[in-house]
Design a protein around this ligand. Sequence first.
Ligand code: PEP
Ligand code: MG
Length: 756
Amino acid sequence: MRGAPGGPRVLLRRLREIMAEPLPAQARLDRITILIAANMVSEVCSLYVMRADGTLELYATEGLNREAVHLTTMRAGEGLVGLIAANADPLALSDAQTHPAFSYRPETGEESYHGFLGVPVLRAGNTLGVLVVQNKTHRVYTEEEVEALQTTSMILAELIASGELQSLGEPGTETAARRPLQIRGAALVDGLGLGYVVLHEPRIVVRNIIAADSDAEILRLDAAIEEVRLSIDAMLERGDIAHGGEHRDVLETFRMFAHDQGWLRRMREAVRTGITAEAAVERVQSDSRARLMRSTDPFLRERLHDLDELANRLLHRLVGVDLVATRENLPENAIIVARMMGPAALLDYDRSRLRGLVLEEGGQTSHIAIVARALNIPVVSEVENAASLVEAGDAVIVDGGAGEIHVRPPPDIEAAYAEKARLRARRQAQYRLLRDKPAVTRDGVEIALQLNAGLLVDLPHLEETGARGIGLFRTELQFMIAERMPSAKDQQALYASVFEGAGGLPVTFRSLDIGGDKLLPYMPRVEEENPALGWRAIRIALDRPALLRTQARALLKAAAGRHLRIMFPMVATTAEFLQAKRFVEGELAFLTAHGSAVPAEISLGAMVEVPSLLFEIDEIAAAADFLSVGSNDLMQFLFAVDRGNKLVADRFDPLSLPSMRALRLVAGRATAVGCPVTVCGELAGRPLDAMALIGLGFRSLSMSAAAIGPVKAMILALDGARLADLVETELRGLDGGGDNLRPILSDFAARHGIPV
Ligand code: PEP
Ligand code: MG
């Protein structure tokens, strides 16, 4: 390589030595720039560090005026340095001064230099600064020299990210690498969490950068690539995914990338500059990230995850770090940050130390959301690049209600959130005081408050909240988080544990509500135009009775000697209910004939969540032992709004005339024929909406654990008779032209001091 005394390998070794010396930060930087300038045979070497506001500040220079250090700044996009930062691409020019972006700074004394080579200082694809060398001559920098400077910049990236330079900048400024960030994502699970970042399946930080023997490193790299390729092939050949589907697509993409010649060539070239195989993987990946992150093509941006995952697999092989190490020794106040995560992985962490979860991917109905909700862990998802923007140990706040996170929060933000968290805790403590108070209105109307549950981790909430039982046990949750279909024996054991955990309180099991958005990973996927209206819930049960029969038998056995309550989801006609009932009766007859112990009592109910049932309400109330209104689906089908579609989800109010009339019909007719009725959708857990339900005549509500306290507080302050009068009058008086009970009920609550 031209004019590089000792070449890049010597430079890297010398840099390592300087990094290890006990020097003040500025002295270290000055030594580094002198060394790079000498090694690159350049008169100038300067380091610009990106500040939190995006400007680039000159932090050190050899060759330019030293007085300009910490004074000269460039805005992003300004000058050649700003251009390199904005594009995250190296720039080599034989005459910098003729470049249109050249910006002359008299204080630096730059006018006499022509040859210019600048590279971005990147870490995980984020630009932390710019490293520049300059020559008086019209020097043409070779590709190898560009490579060498890029490799050198990796070491500077490590230095900047370590926070060591933080104190050097102009007072009041912060480096971009450590700046506070406020990032919006999607609100997935409500709650506030303050703590410190723990990276789930952490990106491996390469510390061993300099290679002793490049040929040996190439061999290591090739061997690791071969191993990764073979493992992908093995996964593809495994029977369980060979039939196609999403897993296969992902793996096929992996395989394509793993065989990409350009990617391999870039990594080999990087090794030849004198770095280790793992440092080469990291460097090439950081460059690809920087490029893909700036791409506006959504397809290309999507590929970023695949490439990241592949690079991580390679790093694993090379560095041999165990990914799950942090699980057992999770620090206190941990906030897990992950690209994505399966539900089983979350259950592996020690709940008592977990304060929150931040995800790059994961929707409302994702399995991770279900489990996090059960564990009461605040979650913000859809936080782009979350795992790359934070470092392990960073302070972070998760605001699950607002769908926002604060990384490295400034003291005022941290104090505000700490206060908010204290207030929440105080409120929770007040709700806990209500635990043993019966939920009775001021005029003596008793409301049965029950819990919605679905996992064993939900059961302790019964004790904590003082709920009267489990009004909705979503049996499909256990199926959704399992690796394979739970056997009859597994199911029986699970249901027995539920009875055990409920300690004699009633539990209403809902038969499998799968299909639609609730897919079982191990069941073949059926392509449907409209899955919400498709083959799901009781429809699958009636078409594939083996599923329902197995579940019913497991429930009947687990409930031996107890009261078993089962309800069927998505019932559209009374005939469907009766058919499902016959299957359960068939299983009961079978067990009895074989001398098995059976439940002391059995109640079979129907969920009212398909509007057709409103027009058969008398028949279903007569046929079923109880009814339960699934308001989530009922509203979805009543108003024809997809419950998961943000564009329309808030378009109609459940407290408006059509839904209030529908709900009044159910409450009225069920009560008239003496059929017990509960509301178990989200509506029942929101205090004002729950108040409306009580006003319509509902006396039993089932909700999430977190909702019990607020709803009970509302009930204790309520005058039931006055509310019923108001609702009746208003419903009669509403003109149907868009009228809504919400403002009227809010006003009622405000006037009577009812907390809603
Ligand atoms: C509902 O639809 O309101 C309900 C309780 O069931 P799920 O939310 O599980 O569909
Ligand atoms: Mg439903």
